[in-house]
Design a protein around this ligand. Structure first.
Ligand SMILES: [Mg+2]
Length: 182
């Protein structure tokens, strides 16, 4: 991971996070979309990201998707992971973001967001922990506190989940039962 402020500042920011919001295409996927002749589509998600999300949820952190496109497979993936917070089909994501934090009584500092393209910048400029994937378009990285080592769909989200759990001192507790240390 590359830290734009110091690693200490990133840890401080990550320690406050209550909600993790994720762009979908290029973050939870590599950005590829298989379009089928019948109008349906397919995307490839990453199971390691899925486990990271599960562990975060178990630690009491809410996870949500905010996608510029609209797709049934995204709703299906959210259902898979027990995610009720899903916003789809809006390129102007800021109003959705503002509604999400207002509803929960949160401030910008309580939220982390992961994005990869310019439509994500308005939210990235606001949140307490702004994350770009390794393959994000160059304009995005300059608004972020962290750039992941892995690209979207290849474990970028897992890195962020672990970063937050580590910063909050919950990683050992969440991973311990599997590592044989807890
Ligand atoms: Mg994207």
């Amino acid at each position: 991971m590359r830290y734009r402020p110091s690693p200490e500042e990133v840890t401080e920011r990550a320690a406050r996070i209550r909600v993790l919001l994720l762009d979908v295409d290029g973050v939870l996927t590599d950005g590829g979309i298989l379009l089928h002749p019948d109008g349906e589509e397919s995307k490839v998600f990453n199971v390691r990201d899925g486990l990271g999300i599960r562990l975060l949820q178990r630690a009491g952190i809410e996870v949500g998707f905010i996608s510029g496109r609209s797709s049934r497979v995204v709703a299906r993936r959210a259902e898979d992971l027990g995610i009720g917070l899903v916003v789809q089909g809006t390129l102007y994501k800021l109003p959705a973001y503002e509604e999400i934090i207002a509803k929960r009584g949160l401030t910008d500092r309580d939220v982390a967001y992961v994005g990869d393209d310019i439509v994500d910048i308005p939210i990235l400029r606001r949140v307490g922990l702004a994350v770009a994937t390794a393959g994000a378009v160059p304009a995005v990285a300059s608004y972020c506190h962290v750039i992941t080592d892995r690209d979207g769909g290849r474990g970028a989200v897992r890195e962020v989940c672990e970063l937050i759990l580590q910063a909050q001192g919950r990683w050992e507790e969440m991973a311990g039962p599997f590592l044989g240390t807890g």
